[in-house]
Design a protein around this ligand. Structure first.
Ligand code: KG4
Length: 361
């Protein structure tokens, strides 16, 4: 985790803790790394509010347009933060710190959240906490909705982090001690799903559409290429090419092939991706003798993947941790909970900390 401590820039103790009560830590989390503008408020790790404005503007383009995303963030950030504070019943001067996504993500999008967090933290005289977006996805499992919520995984656990930009197996030893033991060498799982959906002429993002169609199709109808990669790494570009070339052949025989078979295509694609993901995860869990296994990121909303986790719990004795749908895609609650843990470590960041578009976990 690449946060920087600069003690000379840290606020005086009298400035810390805000007005949140003698022992309360109240964190405002801000997320703006891609196309969701989100703000959340947490008191002592318990979620009080989580407000997200999604950007439908990208649907017409079949993918996120960075310039449009940053413009929409600029429009959304003030009302979203305002709503999050109102719903939490918290005023700005009660905040203990502001946690924000520093990266990875789209630079123009990140800059909106980072600059907003800096301005607000400076005006309130409270610390800023930079959060790695990927760490946030993993720690989404620690968001408490009530004080007695005990659903979080124990350390160590494995987390399959699958999104539009990442496919990783993460060994989580502690809140601040994570190691990527396997990751994609080319496309991410979500990216492959989105691209195959685009090739089929379905909408964007493809994940939820493929998921819906797959429920009505036969997962064994078609076979697509599975990669043979050593270790715990993933690859999805071969599958994408195999899907494309097969489809091209089938369309030559039947120009309406997609329309006639889209449910079977979606189900077979989903099954192939879930098999690829679970095979490596199973091997990693066996080798490391870890049976607490979590899933995180946008693709963790997928029905087939969730069912595969439940199936592995039954067959291999895993205890599985599957996030609520609202914590699968980008959200500020996960940034807030990560900020809460970093606050306890006094792991603050200096005002000049830049956003970063690329960074490892
Ligand atoms: O984590 P996320 O919201 O954004 C980042 O990539 O950071 O993940 C978005 C990805 C997209 O590729 C989207 O198609 C996929 O998650 N996704 C799904 C489902 N819902 C979203 N993939 C499969 N099934 C779903 N139900």
């Amino acid at each position: 985790m690449s946060s920087t401590n600069d003690t000379s820039r840290q606020p005086r103790p009298s400035q810390m803790g805000g007005g949140g009560g003698a022992s309360s830590i109240i964190i405002l989390g801000i997320e703006s790394s891609c196309d969701d503008t989100s703000a959340a408020v947490l008191r002592d790790g318990v979620l009080l509010s989580n407000v997200t404005a999604s950007q439908a503007v990208h649907e017409a383009y079949g993918g996120v347009v960075p310039e449009l995303a940053s413009r929409a963030h600029q429009q959304n950030i003030v009302p979203v933060v305002d709503q999050a504070l109102k719903r939490a019943g918290v005023s700005k001067d009660q905040l203990s710190a502001i946690a924000f996504t520093r990266g990875p993500g789209l630079m123009g999008s990140l800059l909106v959240g980072v600059s907003f967090a800096k301005g607000l933290a400076a005006s309130l005289g409270i610390p800023m906490i930079d959060v790695n977006h990927l760490q946030g996805h993993v720690l989404a499992h620690f968001i408490k909705e009530t004080e007695d919520d005990t659903s979080a995984p124990p350390f160590p656990f494995l987390c399959l982090l699958v999104s539009g930009g990442n496919s990783q197996i993460v060994l989580v030893r502690a809140y601040n001690d994570m190691q990527i033991i396997g990751q994609t060498i080319d496309d991410a799982a979500g990216e492959a799903i989105d691209k195959c959906s685009k090739v089929m002429g379905l909408g964007y993002p493809g994940g939820p559409i493929i998921d819906r169609l797959a429920r009505q199709g036969n997962p064994e109808a078609y076979q697509f290429a599975k990669p043979a990669i050593a270790g715990y790494d993933y690859s999805f570009s071969g599958l994408k090419t195999s899907f494309l070339y097969n489809l091209r052949d089938w369309l030559q025989d039947d120009p309406d092939f997609i329309e006639h078979h889209k449910a079977d295509l979606a189900a077979s694609l989903e099954r192939t991706i879930v098999d690829i993901l679970m095979n490596k995860l199973r091997r990693a869990a066996k080798a490391l003798k870890i049976n607490h296994v979590a899933v995180a990121g946008g693709v963790s909303a997928n029905t087939g993947l969730r069912e595969a986790f439940q199936e592995h719990a039954r067959r291999y004795g895993w205890t599985v941790y599957i996030p609520k749908f609202s914590y699968t895609t980008d959200n500020a609650a996960m940034i807030g909970i990560t900020g809460y843990f970093k606050y306890q470590d006094k792991d603050f960041c200096p005002m000049e900390a830049p956003a970063y578009s690329r960074v490892a976990l």
